[in-house]
Design a protein around this ligand. Sequence first.
Ligand code: ADP
Ligand code: C5P
Ligand code: MG
Length: 212
Amino acid sequence: MAESTSPRFSTNDVTVVFFLGGPGSGKGTQSANLVKDYGFVHLSAGDLLRAEQVREGSQYGDMIKTYIREGKIVPMEVTVALLSNAMADSLASSPPPAGTKARFLIDGFPRKLDQAVFFEATVCPSEVVLFLDCPEAVMETRLLKRGETSGRDDDNAESIRKRFRTFVETSMPVVDDFEKKGKVVKVQATGSVEEVYAQVKTGIEARNVHPR
Ligand code: ADP
Ligand code: C5P
Ligand code: MG
């Protein structure tokens, strides 16, 4: 008999929204709004990797540090396991209100086609892909400013250049693939935080995600 695997979480119980956009496009900023108004649990792949990097006893710490500074994509098994476990932890510790599905906003993931395929096959298929469209010049200005206080190893001109290259070569094909499947809500990210959020709301509500 052919072997079949089913995803860890069912779309009957869980709604997954992928949140994509270049580095500095404003994903983290807009996520805070979406958590407040729509009851999303926000999981940033980058934040989870940075936490794993400094976790005592992690076998991946040095590897993650190098990948992040070089703006490269960490091998997907590591990132997918962190996300899947964070989803399970959230469902166990703060289950959604009775009769509702848990909502997960997965920020900065998938950044490579193999991550998208592997996550949807083994963790949970996505419902919608929210994409912040932002010119590099705007992202660069925002990231250099963020770098004044973020303490991040990769908010410097050299790493930013490498992250932009990875975004164009490796991550945009993921957006294009989801676009072909009709899953993408595209929002211009150049306005003020409030202006961008107004468009984000319109976009996801058109996909049947309403405030809670
Ligand atoms: P991402 O998570 O996509 O890398 P962030 O949300 O961290 O981006 O935003 C990058 C930087 O730009 C942060 O310092 C943030 O305060 C700022 N920022 C976010 N959205 C806007 C906006 N619409 N206008 C101006 N600055 C913004
Ligand atoms: O999203 P964020 O800017 O916080 O990601 C920081 C870095 O984490 C990326 O440049 C990349 O090195 C790593 N990352 C990854 N795979 C992801 C998300 C982030 O390798 N899906
Ligand atoms: Mg971020």
